[in-house]
Design a binder for this molecule. Structure first.
Ligand code: XMP
Length: 516
C-alpha cells in the first residue's frame, strides 16, 4: 500500500451489478477505491488504512438465512460507512431496525422528498431524480437513526446515524440516472469521510515506476504490444521505469488496420524512445490461413501461430525473465482474485490466443489496479498520442474475422483501404468518440453496379458502428444520413473492388458486434 492508496475507500461487494461502477465513480473523484469480498475481516480492512467503507447493493434479502453479512466488528470501529441499497438494509438490520418485503418494490426512476439538506444531501434539490432497484424496504427505523429522504411512494430512501458517520441510500447514487448522484457521493467522500483526492495519473505513474524497479531489479522484461492502448501504456510505463532493460515486441500478423503496426511503433519508439521491435510475421500467418473460411478455425490458427511466433522471438531475444502485460482491474475482479495479491493469470485478450501456461516468465502487470478510462489518463500523462489512446477496440484476430470467408492479400488490402476512409470520415465529422466501436466488413458477394458507362461486378462492404459501455451489450449507432452518404460515395468511388455499401442496424443481443 502506498501513501495515496490511503485515505481511500474500500467497497464490500455483496454482489451488485453496479459494484464496479461504484469503484469507478469514486476514482473519478481522484479517490482510491478497492473492491473487497463482503466478509473480509476488519483487520484486513485496517491494513489498507481507508477513510471510509461502502457496502454495495446485492441481490439478497437481509432476512434470508444465507444472506451475506459483513464482519460485525466493523460497527465497533470509527470508519464512516455508506450503505447502498442492500448495504442500507444490512446496516439498518444490524442496527436493530426492520427490513421487510412488502410485495412490491421500486424499480427505475423515483423522485425524492428530501427532509434534511445537511451532510449527504447538501445542495441537493428537493424532488431530485434517483434510480431505485429494490424489492425489500425499511419498515422500522432503529434507535439513533434519522430518515434523510423518502421516495414519492413513501419508502425510506436515505438515513443517517445521529452520532456516527454512517449514512445510507436505498437508491443508487452511482448510476447516471441518479441526476445528482455525483454530488451525493462527493458529500460522502469529502464532507463526511474526509477522503483525500490524490489518486491521480501522475501519482500512479510514480508509484508504478518504483514498484517495477523493485520487482525487476537487474532483470530484463519482455513486453508484448498489440497495437492497442493497454499494452502500449504498459510498454511506455516499463520504459520509464527501467529504460533499455525492457524490450517491447509487436508481432504483425498481417491482419491489423492499415499502417497500425507502424503507427504504434512510431509513437512508442520515436515519440517516447521505447525499445520496440516490429516483427512482420504476416507470411507465416497468411499461409496457414489459406483456404480457411470457418471463423473459429481462423481464430485457432491465428492463436496457435501467435504462440509459436512469440516463443521464437522470445528465445531469439535471449535471457528475459519477466513478461509484462496489460491486465486491467475488471479482469482481476472478474477472475475472483481481487482479494489475493499473488494469483496472477495470463490473460488472452491482447495476444489473440493467449500464451502457453508453461512459459517461464514472472509476470509484471502494472495496470492491475486500473479501469480502462484510467489507463487512458495514464497513457496521456506518459505522452502517448491521442490517436493511439482513443482508438476503438480491435479484436486479437484482427481483420481475419472481418473478411467473411477466405482471407487473401487482395481482400485484406481492399478492407484496409475502405476502413481507413470510413475512420477518416468519422474523425472528420467529429463523431468518432461518440461511437464505441466502428469498422467495416468485407462481404465477398458480388453485386452489379454501374460507374460511368461501365457495368461493375464487385464486392459488398458492410459498415458497422455501435455504442456500448463494455462490449457485452451494444446498440447500433444512429449514423447521421449525410455521413452515411459520404461514407458510401467516398468508398465506392475510391476503393477498387467495392461497388456497394450497406449499414448494419443490428443491436447486441441478438447480434454480436463482430460479424464472425
Ligand atoms: P462480439 O463480436 O463478441 O465482440 O460481440 C465483443 C467485443 O470483443 C471483441 N472480439 C474479440 N476480441 N479476440 C479478441 O481479442 C476475439 O476473438 C474477439 N472476438 C470479438 C470485439 O471486437 C468486440 O470489441
Amino acid at each position: 500500500m502506498n501513501l495515496f492508496h490511503e485515505a481511500g475507500v474500500v467497497i464490500l461487494d455483496f454482489g451488485s451489478q453496479y459494484t464496479q461502477l461504484i469503484a469507478r465513480r469514486i476514482r473519478e473523484q481522484s479517490v482510491y477505491s478497492e473492491i473487497l469480498p463482503a466478509n473480509i475481516r476488519l483487520s484486513e480492512i485496517e491494513e489498507r488504512k481507508p477513510s471510509a467503507i461502502i457496502l454495495s447493493g446485492g441481490p439478497s434479502s437481509v432476512f434470508g438465512d444465507s444472506s451475506p453479512k459483513f464482519d460485525s466488528t466493523i460497527l465497533d470501529s470509527d470508519y464512516p460507512i455508506l450503505g447502498i441499497c442492500y448495504g442500507l438494509q444490512l446496516l439498518i438490520h444490524q442496527s436493530g431496525g426492520t427490513v421487510e418485503s412488502t410485495g412490491s418494490g421500486e424499480y427505475g426512476f423515483a423522485k425524492l422528498k428530501v427532509h434534511n439538506h445537511d451532510s449527504l444531501f447538501k445542495t441537493i434539490h428537493d424532488g431530485t431524480q434517483v434510480w431505485m432497484s429494490h424489492m425489500d424496504r425499511v419498515t422500522h427505523i432503529p434507535k439513533e437513526w434519522t430518515v434523510l429522504a423518502e421516495s414519492e411512494n413513501g419508502v425510506v430512501a436515505s438515513l443517517a446515524h445521529e452520532n456516527k458517520k454512517w449514512v445510507a441510500t436505498q437508491f443508487h447514487p452511482e448510476v447516471v440516472h441518479t441526476i445528482e448522484g455525483e454530488t451525493i457521493l462527493r458529500n460522502f467522500l469529502f464532507d463526511i469521510a474526509g477522503c483525500k483526492a490524490d489518486w491521480t495519473a501522475g501519482n500512479f505513474i510514480n508509484e508504478q515506476v518504483e514498484q517495477i524497479q523493485k520487482q525487476v531489479g537487474d532483470g530484463h522484461v519482455l513486453v508484448g504490444v498489440s497495437g492497442g492502448v493497454d499494452s502500449s501504456v504498459v510498454a511506455a510505463l516499463l520504459h520509464k521505469a527501467i529504460g533499455g532493460k525492457s524490450v517491447a515486441v509487436l508481432i504483425d500478423h498481417g491482419l491489423l488496420r492499415k499502417n497500425e503496426a507502424e503507427q504504434c511503433v512510431h509513437a512508442l519508439k520515436d515519440g517516447l524512445g521505447v525499445n520496440i521491435h516490429l516483427y512482420d510475421e504476416s507470411e507465416k500467418f497468411l499461409s496457414k490461413l489459406n483456404d480457411i473460411s470457418e471463423p473459429e478455425k481462423k481464430r485457432k490458427i491465428i492463436g496457435n501461430q501467435f504462440i509459436r511466433s512469440f516463443e521464437d522471438i522470445a528465445s531469439e531475444l535471449g535471457d528475459l525473465q519477466f513478461l509484462a502485460q496489460g491486465t486491467l482491474y475488471p479482469d482481476v475482479i472478474e477472475s475472483g482474485i481481487s482479494h489475493g495479491k499473488t494469483a496472477h493469470v495470463i490473460k488472452s485478450h491482447h495476444n489473440v490466443g493467449g500464451l502457453p501456461d508453461d512459459m517461464e516468465f514472472e509476470l509484471v502487470e502494472p495496470l492491475r489496479e486500473l479501469f480502462k478510462d484510467e489507463v487512458r489518463k495514464v497513457g496521456r500523462e506518459l505522452g502517448l498520442p491521442d490517436s493511439l489512446i482513443d482508438r476503438h477496440p480491435f479484436p486479437g484476430p484482427g481483420l481475419a474475422v472481418r473478411i467473411l470467408g477466405e482471407i487473401t492479400e487482395k481482400r485484406i488490402s481492399i478492407l484496409q483501404n475502405a476502413d481507413q476512409i470510413y475512420m477518416d470520415i468519422l474523425h472528420d465529422e467529429g463523431i468518432y468518440h461518440e461511437i464505441w466501436q466502428a469498422f467495416s466488413v468485407l462481404i465477398p458477394i458480388k453485386t452489379v453496379g454501374v460507374m460511368g458507362d461501365q457495368r461493375t461486378y464487385e464486392n459488398l462492404l458492410g459498415i458497422r458502428a455501435v455504442t456500448s459501455s463494455d462490449g457485452m451489450t451494444a446498440d447500433w449507432y444512429r449514423m447521421p444520413e449525410h455521413v452515411m452518404a459520404r461514407i458510401s460515395s467516398e468508398i465506392v468511388n475510391s476503393v477498387h473492388g467495392i461497388n456497394r455499401v450497406v449499414y448494419d442496424i443490428t443491436s447486441k443481443p441478438p447480434g454480436t458486434i463482430e460479424w464472425e
